[in-house]
Design a protein around this ligand. Structure first.
Ligand code: ADP
Ligand code: MG
Length: 271
């Protein structure tokens, strides 16, 4: 028997022939079809596409919040269900979903408490997480006393509290105003760089996808599928200047053209 030592490490996410059909009273809805996707460990991938193209559904399949009706989804070489059991996932949604009667610190500690981590250890980790998201002075505040951006940072801290290998985010910045969003994009990059977490994030903002990602995955609707994958070879350190650089503009243009193609196809096939 020969052992192939040059085989690449298995990707964080491996999806093969995945499809999702929702059965509804008015007829079946094919939300996703023929999804083949590998995402490498440590990547920051944004799923981008028009509303209804299946971005949230794909993210939910990866996170085992829903199951494919065909094909397979593997996370770290296991089924998505096993990965969830092993607490591989942290999740962040558009609404921070913090509990208002608990302090910010106690919200961050909650997943650890559920896992039975002792109080001293919980305090220590929550302290680290508060520092990571720059909320160290707000641990004893109630969520309602925080701005939208700060609440979302607390939700990210909560999601990262048990050091998941994979962070899944569904439009995490969509509820924020433009200035706050750009600031938070920088924060997401910084947090991703200071952890070794693989990130898959859904967005419908082109500049956001380009700024954040190591790769943009463009999806098309009717039925939802992967239309194009665009690598983002911008420098590791991304700043306000990155957004005004020629190369940023080039990648943004490429993404925009791909999306226009997707929309034209959708309009043609619906006509
Ligand atoms: P996106 O996040 O890209 O806007 P979704 O993944 O939410 O898209 O939805 C993809 C398609 O699947 C849409 O046509 C949507 O109406 C349909 N869909 C999503 N969830 C359900 C569900 N639970 N039941 C029926 N249809 C659904
Ligand atoms: Mg969605």
């Amino acid at each position: 028997m020969t052992i192939n030592t040059t085989a690449p490490a298995s990707p964080a996410i491996r999806i093969r022939g995945a499809g999702k059909v929702f059965s509804a009273a008015g007829g079946d809805v094919t939300a996703l079809t023929g999804i083949d996707l590998d995402i490498a460990e440590g990547a920051f991938v944004c799923l981008l596409g028009p509303s209804g193209c299946g971005k949230s559904t794909l993210l939910r399949l990866i996170g085992d919040l829903d199951q494919p009706t065909s094909g397979t989804v593997e996370v770290h070489g296991r089924s998505a269900a096993e990965a969830r059991q092993a607490r591989d996932y942290g999740m962040v949604f558009q609404q921070p979903g913090l509990m208002d009667w608990r302090s910010v610190r106690n919200n961050i500690e909650l997943p650890l408490q559920v896992q039975g981590v002792n109080r001293t250890e919980r305090r220590r980790i929550a302290g680290e997480m508060l520092e990571l998201v720059r909320l160290e002075d707000f641990g004893d505040h109630r969520p309602a006393q925080l701005s939208g951006g700060m609440q979302q940072r607390a939700a990210i801290a909560r999601a990262l509290s048990f050091a998941p290998r994979l962070l899944l985010m569904d439009e995490p910045l969509s509820a924020l105003d433009e200035m706050n969003r750009e600031y938070m994009q920088g924060e997401l990059r910084r947090i991703w760089q200071s952890t070794s977490t693989t990130v898959v994030s859904v967005t419908h903002s082109i500049p956001e996808a380009v700024f954040l990602s190591t790769e943009v995955v463009i999806m098309s609707p009717l039925p939802g599928r992967i239309a194009e994958r665009i690598p983002v070879d911008l420098p590791e350190q991304r700043t306000a200047e990155t957004r005004t650089s020629d190369h940023f503009y080039e990648i943004e243009t490429r993404v925009r053209k791909a999306l226009h193609g997707v929309l034209e196809d959708a309009i043609r096939s619906a006509a």
